[in-house]
Design a protein around this ligand. Structure first.
Ligand code: HEC
Ligand code: HEC
Ligand code: HEC
Ligand code: HEC
Length: 204
């Protein structure tokens, strides 16, 4: 009788032991999953660059002045791109996020990657001037600006391109304007381009 009792106790201890280890594993797995979420989504529109992102405040220095770079800043500031981060704070955004199991779209990479500048890019390529709040700013379309933003280089289009300036085309836009967007509306390049017009070819 005693022997049987001892055996039962021993069995229980082994079971508890196995169970504890299992919980450990499950916890570790859960942690792994959490880490996965915090990482940038694989298909971020921002690939690893060769120049640093400097943020819209730097472009603004010259591109709000007609006589220097032009008045592109004023046009962009009124556009939806400038409000892209703010949009993630609306009730509509929260509803879309909730359906996908996302608590706060303003903190989640699955939304931020198309609604902010340089999401998921290694920090060494992003200066401290870049903020989430600026949303889809100049460099999201024109490429990281650290090495082309000097006036001398800017005035020489070819040199600027060599230093990272991008003259955007349809592919630039469809990195974000695609069916992965929860609110995707068919992207028509010419039509949409007209809506963000901040250049004046006639003047040149
Ligand atoms: C020191 C002033 C200065 C800063 C800072 C600056 N630019 Fe410029 N940029 C210029 C000037 C000057 C031109 C030439 C304008 C012209 O030819 O009419 C120019 C031209 C451009 C062009 C047009 C290229 C072409 O010829 O088609 C783009 C696009 C551009 N800048 C984007 C940016 C972006 C994005 C930033 C921020 C990362 C930036 N610039 C920062 C002065 C500046
Ligand atoms: C980094 C991602 C990204 C890139 C690149 C991008 N967009 Fe957008 N675009 C957005 C987001 C996000 C919105 C929605 C902003 C909002 O409503 O808050 C938007 C909104 C717009 C709108 C407003 C649509 C409406 O309903 O009025 C137009 C027009 C537009 N984009 C044109 C373009 C064009 C043209 C290009 C390429 C030259 C481009 N976008 C590149 C992310 C991007
Ligand atoms: C959503 C994408 C997008 C954003 C954001 C954007 N641009 Fe542009 N930009 C374009 C496109 C597209 C063109 C036209 C390219 C072409 O066909 O020549 C352009 C053209 C320009 C030009 C050339 C002007 C000319 O007359 O030739 C300048 C300068 C410029 N952008 C500066 C800026 C600055 C500064 C910002 C931020 C304040 C900005 N852009 C934000 C897409 C963008
Ligand atoms: C693949 C890029 C991409 C991702 C990821 C993305 N968005 Fe967007 N979002 C866009 C674009 C582009 C627009 C402009 C309208 C359109 O074509 O969908 C937009 C527009 C919006 C709008 C405004 C819609 C309107 O009617 O004006 C809301 C709200 C929004 N997104 C919420 C979210 C939320 C929440 C998430 C995360 C769950 C998210 N987005 C993820 C690209 C994206």
């Amino acid at each position: 009788m005693r022997k049987l009792f001892k055996k039962i106790i021993a069995g229980c201890i082994i079971l508890m032991f196995v169970y504890t280890i299992r919980i450990g594993f499950v916890k570790a797995e859960e942690k792994e999953e959490k880490k996965e979420e915090a990482k940038p989504p694989k298909e971020s529109p921002f690939r690893e660059p060769e120049h640093q992102y400097v943020g819209v405040k730097k472009c603004k220095i010259c591109h709000k002045v007609k006589k220097i770079g032009g008045e592109q800043f004023q046009v962009w500031e009124k556009s939806k791109h400038a409000k892209a981060y703010e949009t993630l704070g609306t009730e509509e955004a929260k509803k879309i996020a909730k359906e996908r199991g996302i608590d706060n779209p303003q903190e989640d990479g699955r939304c931020l990657k198309c609604h902010t500048l340089a999401f998921g890019v290694d920090k060494k390529w992003v200066t401290e001037d870049v903020t989430k709040e600026e949303g889809v700013s100049c460099e999201a379309c024109h490429g990281p600006g650290a090495d082309y933003k000097d006036k001398k280089i800017m005035q020489d289009k070819q040199k600027a391109i060599e230093k990272g300036l991008v003259i955007p085309n349809e592919t630039t836009c469809t990195a974000c304007h695609n069916s992965e967007s929860p609110t995707y509306e068919e992207f028509k390049y010419e039509e949409f381009k007209e809506k963000i017009k901040h250049w004046d070819k006639e003047e040149k």
